[in-house]
Design a protein around this ligand. Structure first.
Ligand SMILES: C[S@@+](CC[C@H](N)C(=O)[O-])C[C@H]1O[C@@H](n2cnc3c(N)ncnc32)[C@H](O)[C@@H]1O
Length: 348
């Protein structure tokens, strides 16, 4: 992966050239004349690629070529590749971010996600080639920013961050720490070395002064404490493990942590509060403010569970058979609802 060998100057130049080519997610629905937000595109990129890659490949615009290569994970013929500014095309090639297929077509080796003027290199969730979708996910792969990243970032907007030190647990691409309007130090950790390498490269691409290290959220230690801590957790068990182990030692006494997770509420717990009181050790020692989002693609209301209905934009299960099996499993586990949660926490 050339990107990790790249000079700082080359990465910074790449950022400037991508921005100059108008590689902004909000530009994608404009090119396709769709009434869709950039957030909706990023939240379900596989489905978006399935429906719109063909149409995009007919639009002769450099940004369309970049979206095909790096967001919708397709490939482009030589004729379209030549629509890119020569300096950008050379730099993408020199950095190893594209490869040339035997028939001369170009394919990306990474995904590049733009959000609010930030650019995030990551591994590719899928390949959408002439024969359909394939997936070749590397061990410990770095996920592109997606629906939960945006939900947690929105959670920050309810907090006053400027001037505050920031810790990004499970940093992935560095999306949260590089878009947070915060002060210094700005530090992140991830269990995956690939994520740490991507986050480090992305900080250069975005001109952000941040430091990333490999670490497990249940054992991580630091000499500093932080005013703000964020964790977009891979699952609720990992979120609660973090809260019950290292979080308190990392947080300033007056600091606030925000943890995103998606969780099932069972009949035994009765409510989100019931669940939090059961899973969080010593809950009285925290001020807990959970915010839920009814429109999230990770939410299923009680009515939906009762009526065995998943909204079309749901990311909880995809495809008719998988959805039926998922709903059966919820019933077996006595699940009342599924909630997407940004849990804000302060020591009491
Ligand atoms: C849902 S992704 C979030 C990535 C990024 N923060 C974002 O919002 O786009 C979860 C991240 O947590 C990391 N992770 C999973 N288990 C972890 C653990 N035990 N300790 C630290 N990081 C972990 C994964 O490698 C992954 O990068």
């Amino acid at each position: 992966m050339g990107v990790f060998r790249a000079e700082r100057d080359s990465l910074a130049r790449l950022g400037a050239l991508l921005r100059a080519a108008n590689y902004r997610t909000v530009q994608l629905p404009i090119l396709l004349e769709l009434d869709t937000s950039g957030e909706a595109v990023l939240s379900d990129i596989g489905r978006f690629s399935l429906y719109h890659l063909g149409e995009l490949s007919l639009i002769d615009d450099p940004a369309a070529v970049l979206f095909e290569l790096f967001l919708l994970c397709g490939q482009v013929p030589e004729r379209r590749w030549k629509l890119l500014a020569p300096e950008l095309a050379s730099l993408l090639t020199d950095l190893g971010l594209v490869r040339i297929l035997p028939d001369g077509e170009r394919r990306g080796t990474v995904a590049i996600t733009e959000y609010r003027n930030g650019l995030f290199l990551s591994d590719r969730l899928f390949e959408h080639g002439p024969d359909g979708f394939t997936r070749d996910w590397p061990d410990g792969g770095c996920m592109p920013p997606h629906a939960s990243s945006i939900e947690l970032l929105r959670g920050f907007q309810r907090l006053d961050l400027p001037g505050q030190s920031f810790f990004d647990m499970g940093c992935g691409t560095g999306f949260l720490s590089q878009l947070a309007d915060c002060g210094h130090p700005r530090v992140g950790a991830d269990i995956g070395p690939r994520s740490v390498a991507y986050a480090t490269a992305n900080a250069v691409l975005n001109g952000v002064d941040a430091r990333y290290v490999v670490g497990d959220c249940t054992t991580y230690t630091d000499t500093a404490t932080y005013a703000r801590i964020a964790f977009n957790a891979p699952d609720s068990a990992t979120a609660f493990a973090f809260i019950n182990t290292t979080l308190r030692g990392l947080l300033d006494s007056q600091g606030t942590a925000q943890v995103w997770f998606d969780t099932e509420i069972t009949a035994a717990d009765g409510s989100l509060n019931g669940l939090l009181r059961r899973v969080i050790h010593d809950p009285e020692s925290w001020h807990l403010s959970p915010a839920t989002d009814d429109s999230s693609p990770f939410t299923l209301s009680r009515d939906m569970v009762r009526e065995r209905w998943l909204p079309p934009h749901s990311l909880l299960a995809v495809g008719r058979a998988e959805r039926a099996a998922y709903l059966d499993a919820l019933a077996e586990r006595d699940v009342l609802e599924v909630q997407s949660v940004v849990l804000s926490m302060r020591a009491s």
